[in-house]
Design a protein around this ligand. Structure first.
Ligand code: ADP
Ligand code: MG
Length: 470
């Protein structure tokens, strides 16, 4: 993770942050701050509590200080709009703590407080004004303020502003700010109304999103190679690992015996490799994991049971050397990559007798995995050529279109990954959502168990209805 000073913030600001106990930027801060400093318009999608105030506040403060201009009387350089009094006060307080060592002047205006007092405060000019839309318009109507000098506009909690019926106020305000400005919009959700708002307020915006847990599977590129047999798999694996010397590879096999044999072979020909499976002692597993985590070992060969719940943030490639008998295991396997917001690649080798297993996996996920090489076995021909792509914002082949009804299924199928991402418990949830008891052998589930429960589950608790469907 980066530090605040590496994001391009001045020392005085970083010092204030240290005093506030901000050691590292949150994900939205890490993504947004450099882009805002570049002057980009930005849509930030993030839930409450993710640190949005600093994500827009810090770079704006930095730019105001570098610019050096003085605020003119009855005008403001930055306008931050938020839906409620409480939020305005919170934002104002936070920003004030950031600018302590600077001459910048922050004001807040909200309904329900004396308008005369606020009018007076605006007299001498404001660098950053935090406001609810209604009160702002009242003050403008009284000539207490002009927005002609606004260089930065922030719409915070935009979805809530629309819910509270501020759309007309926002439209009015948008006509009062100069067209040449930087605009940032933050929202927890992205319904169509917000997309429309963004389209009319923002100029070529870049979108940054803090993935809700469980969503990372969208960021995994998945491929399948049809191979002729074991030797073919081994050759392809060696080639791919060699071609990605900076990668961290996790290779899955079905059996302990197979995993050990492959590990020995790779070791013998000079790869830096270890294995974890049921025949290894706890100590051996821990050593292997540690070596893999710190990067001294680049390839870890594992069985499903042994690899459940391991969290290594740097895994770049997951290889399905064998396809799993239980399709859910595929989701757990590939979920070992693309962690903590990174991208990842999942490669599967499908032998002549494994085409049925691949089918099951595709059906469970509601996608078709892109064929990178080889041909499906003759009797299994005729797969639709719809590839599984990265499903980032803007969509990929696995969202929308004819795949839509199956998408909920794919998403709920990916939900078991959530626990691993929360950081508080890396053990995978079972299909019923409960954590497995420690030491209980996992993967002992019958193939037909759980799948129904998994795919029958609503697409996602607090997350489901909030997700944009595009
Ligand atoms: P949001 O607007 O996304 O709901 P806030 O900006 O209000 O989130 O931040 C939530 C809380 O987290 C606040 O108490 C804030 O001081 C704290 N916070 C924000 N960023 C950091 C950070 N990088 N390190 C530590 N605390 C932080
Ligand atoms: Mg906030």
């Amino acid at each position: 993770m980066t530090n605040f000073d590496e994001l391009g913030l001045a020392k005085t600001i970083v010092a204030s942050l240290t005093q506030l106990g901000y050691e590292k930027p949150t994900p939205i801060q890490e993504k947004a701050i450099p882009l805002v400093l570049e002057g980009r318009d930005l849509i930030g999608l993030a839930q409450t509590g993710t640190g949005k105030t600093a994500a827009f506040g810090l770079p704006i403060i930095e730019m105001l200080m570098n610019n050096g201009a003085r605020a003119e009387g009855r005008s403001t350089r930055v306008l931050i709009l938020a839906p409620t009094r409480e939020l305005v006060n919170q934002i104002g307080e936070s920003l004030r703590s950031f600018v302590r060592k600077t001459p910048l002047k922050i004001n807040q205006v909200v309904g329900g407080a004396s308008i005369g007092k606020q009018q007076l405060q605006l007299e001498r000019g404001t660098d950053i004004l935090v406001a609810t839309p209604g009160r702002l318009l009242d003050l403008i109507a009284r000539n207490a303020l002009t927005l002609k000098h606004v260089t930065h506009l922030v719409l915070d909690e935009a979805d809530q502003m629309l819910d509270l019926g501020f759309i007309h106020d926002l439209r009015k305000i948008s006509k009062m700010v100069p067209p040449k400005r930087q605009t940032l919009l933050f929202s927890a959700t992205m319904p169509k109304a917000i997309a429309d708002l963004a389209a009319s307020f923002l100029n070529n915006p870049v979108k940054v999103e803090v993935s809700p847990p469980g969503k990372a599977a969208d960021k995994i590129e998945q491929y399948v190679h049809y191979v002729t047999g074991q030797n073919h798999k081994t050759e392809m694996l060696k080639t791919s690992i060699t071609a990605n010397p900076d990668g961290q590879a996790l290779v899955f096999l079905r059996t302990k015996h197979g995993a050990e044999k492959l590990m020995k072979h790779l070791e013998h020909i000079g790869f830096s490799v270890a294995s974890i499976h049921g025949n290894k002692s706890q100590g051996q597993r821990e050593r292997a994991l540690k070596a893999f985590r710190d990067g001294s070992i680049k390839v870890l060969v594992a069985t499903d049971v042994a690899a459940r719940g391991i969290d290594v943030p740097g895994v770049t490639h997951v290889y399905n050397y064998d396809l799993p008998e239980v399709p859910d295991a595929y989701i757990h396997r590939i979920g070992r990559t693309a962690r903590a917001g990174r991208d990842g690649i999942a490669i599967a080798y499908c032998g002549p007798d494994e085409a049925g297993l691949l089918r099951d996996i595709e059906r469970l996920m509601g996608i078709v995995i892109e064929v990178a090489s080889g041909e499906p076995p003759a009797d299994r021909g005729g797969r639709p050529a719809r590839p599984a792509r990265r499903g980032g914002p803007g969509g990929g082949a696995n969202r929308g279109g004819q795949g839509a009804p199956r998408q909920g299924q794919a998403r709920s199928a990916q939900r078991p990954r959530e626990d691993g991402e929360g950081g508080f418990d890396n053990r995978p949830a079972r299909k019923d959502g409960r954590k497995p008891a420690s030491g209980r052998p996992q993967g002992a589930r019958r193939p037909d168990q759980g799948r129904g429960a998994s795919s029958g589950r609503p697409a996602g608790g607090q997350r489901g209805p909030r997700r944009s469907e595009g």
